[in-house]
Design a protein around this ligand. Structure first.
Ligand code: M6R
Length: 613
């Protein structure tokens, strides 16, 4: 997730671009860059780190009064957060520049092909192929060249292009990454998100997938990328204030991030799976098949929510790849006598990549010659730098302290890792892998379709239960860790005591807690332990507990045993169910926290990244 801005008008572009980028820094701040056209030539300034560093560089020199420009604030996905990898990127001649948010899935083959054709690359980014592709097709019409270039591209993009041959024109295009246009008087804008534009205009056009816009100071012309046909898009007048706009109209970052999950999951598996053939491609793992086949064990190492993701993955990896898995709390792992050697693969899982205990555990595993492959959301973070390879989750910055989209993205990365191991070890047929990948590919759409209804249902429940002081969460098999995660979400943001349990453990103690005041959130997917789970819920009912059942659509039986039922979309593949069952638990915790007046995004005593022991 990066932020892009563009301006074509009559006043000085640079302050508008810097101001817009500042309002988009929540989308990433690994590096920043800006380009403009002055005396018919492209000029560009970029630097590593936050926008403030770029501002210092610009303010240290003469500020150009150019009336057109583009800017970028980066959340690194391909290539380290360095100045060379900062946007805007240029073609070979330096006469055109591109800013981009998204992922070009076939960048590797495009880069090879363009290199063979004589293009010289200067960065490690996927974006740079866009600049060279546009260069390849450019004759005298920039928008035509962009359309031809995009015909070669697979993946997601929101992009802006400037060319010194058309010094009044900015070309923007989008597919599957957000991009809005702003309409002013004698000036027009483009940006990844509305907050960047609110000081200048409230008249916004939401570009649709496959749209390209030719933007000048006095006009915006929109056409389809594939056919070139002109299209009209509605102008929406935005009424949000600036703070609400930063959260895209959501009350809190956490809620926004819950709603971003379909995109985050999609971004994490995009380009890594081929559902038709059952293939998984994760070359960044940098482990040879012989090493994978020789593994004796896998250690998944993490804290908090990331540990819960590891607990789910244990079931997948053991079942599909036949390798024993231990899921370790990093704070415990680091102080034990460890039986770890070169045949044990260590996989630290961390959103931030900076969690002190996880990092310490990683270092100890490395001292014992264990190969380390991390799963992480933050490119260039310490854990990724110290790992042999990293499978990045592409969730974008997570700002709310409670982890939501990072969790489901970690599940996604672990799901494909488990299938990759099964593929390499030949423990699962291509057909079975294909079926599991097809199920994963359906998940984002299923979540998206159901989100609003689920949210309404959880709001209703929160109104009824927000004053309770204790909750139990029950699940079995894959949904035991999801119960743990549901309980953690509730306690960390609402300060209500909540416990997650394996439902089969109830009679070994916790059932003593059940009375008519105890809400019990029971996760009841239709899987091979469904009947067992139903029996456990019956046990709660006979002790007069209040049952809040999370069940699948079409499961009519649950309403007979539970006082409250929330349904999630039914998916046939059992392994994909945890994604869908996680969402209502996040929404319920969120709405209860909100109803109690808690600080949802920055709960007391917590930090987003725990960099101390
Ligand atoms: O950045 P990490 O994934 O390493 O962080 C681990 C935990 O601190 C984190 O998941 C924490 O439990 C969250 N607040 C949970 O919502």
């Amino acid at each position: 997730m990066c932020g892009i801005v563009g301006y074509a008008g009559k006043k000085t572009a640079l302050p508008v671009l810097l101001d817009g980028l500042a309002r988009l820094e929540y989308r990433g701040y690994d590096s920043a860059g800006i380009a403009w056209i002055e005396n018919s030539s492209i000029r560009r300034k970029r630097c590593q780190g936050k926008l403030a560093a770029l501002r210092d560089i610009l303010e240290g020199g003469r500020i150009s009064d150019a009336p057109i420009g583009i800017g970028h604030t980066r959340w690194a996905t391909h290539g380290a957060p360095t100045e060379e990898n900062a946007h805007p990127h240029t073609d070979c001649t330096g006469s055109l520049v591109v800013v981009h948010n998204g992922i070009i899935e076939n960048y590797f083959s495009l880069r090879n092909q363009l290199t063979e054709e004589g293009h010289t690359f200067r960065s490690e980014t996927d974006t740079e192929v866009l600049a060279h592709l546009v260069e390849k097709y450019l004759e005298d019409d920039l928008s035509d060249a962009v359309r031809k270039a995009l015909a070669d591209v697979e993946g997601a993009y929101a992009m802006g292009v400037l060319w010194q041959g058309a010094p009044d024109t900015l070309v923007a295009a989008r597919k599957e990454s957000p991009l809005v246009l702003g309409l002013g008087k004698g000036e027009n804008f483009m940006a990844s998100d509305i907050p960047a534009l609110l000081p200048y205009t409230r008249d916004i056009i939401f570009l649709e997938d496959g749209d390209l816009a030719v933007i000048t100071a006095d006009a915006i012309e929109i056409k389809r990328i594939d056919t070139g046909e002109p299209v009209q898009r509605e102008v929406t007048t935005i009424s949000w204030d600036a703070t609400a706009a930063e959260k895209a109209g959501f009350r809190h970052f956490m809620l926004k991030e819950i709603y971003e999950q379909p995109q985050a999951i999609l971004n994490t598996f995009r380009g890594r799976i081929i559902p038709e053939t059952g293939r998984v491609e994760i070359p960044e793992i940098q482990l040879q098949p012989e090493a994978i086949n020789g593994l004796s064990r896998i250690v998944l190492l993490a804290c908090g929510t990331s540990w819960h993701a590891g607990l789910v993955a244990k079931y997948w990896i053991e079942e599909w790849a036949g390798i024993p898995v231990e899921v370790e709390l990093a704070s415990e792992f680091r102080y034990r006598r460890l039986l770890v050697d070169e045949r044990v693969l260590t996989v630290p899982i961390s959103q931030s990549g900076e969690t002190a205990d996880t990092l310490a555990g990683l270092r100890i595993a490395k001292e014992r010659n264990s190969p380390v492959i991390s799963i992480c959301n933050v490119v260039g973070s310490t854990i990724t730098r110290e790992s042999r390879g990293t499978i990045y989750t592409h969730a974008g910055p997570e700002i709310g302290v409670a982890s939501t989209k990072a969790f489901t993205s970690q599940l996604t990365a672990l799901y494909i890792l488990a299938l990759f191991l099964a593929q390499t070890r030949e423990t699962m047929s291509a057909d079975e892998r294909a079926s599991k990948l097809r199920a994963l590919a359906k998940v984002p759409g299923m979540i998206e379709k159901n989100l609003k209804a689920l949210h309404d249902a959880c709001t209703g429940l929160a109104d009824e239960f927000y004053q309770h002081s204790d909750f139990l969460y029950l699940g079995r098999h894959l949904h035991f860790p999801i119960a743990l995660e549901g309980a953690l979400k509730l306690k960390e943001i609402s300060y209500i005591h909540a416990e997650g349990y394996a439902a089969g453990e109830m009679k070994h103690g916790p059932i003593a807690l059940i009375d008519r005041n105890m809400p019990v959130v029971a996760l009841i997917p239709r899987d091979h332990v469904y009947e067992k789970m139903v029996s456990n819920v019956e046990e709660v009912r006979s002790r007069r507990g209040i049952i809040i059942a999370i069940a699948e659509e079409g499961d009519e039986d649950i309403a007979r045993i539970a006082q409250h039922v929330i349904t999630v979309p039914a998916i046939a593949e059992p392994a994909a169910k945890p994604f869908l069952f996680t969402i209502p638990l996040q929404l319920l915790a969120y709405e209860i926290s909100f109803a109690r007046g808690c600080d949802v995004d920055q709960p007391r005593n917590l930090a987003k990244s725990v960099t101390v022991e």
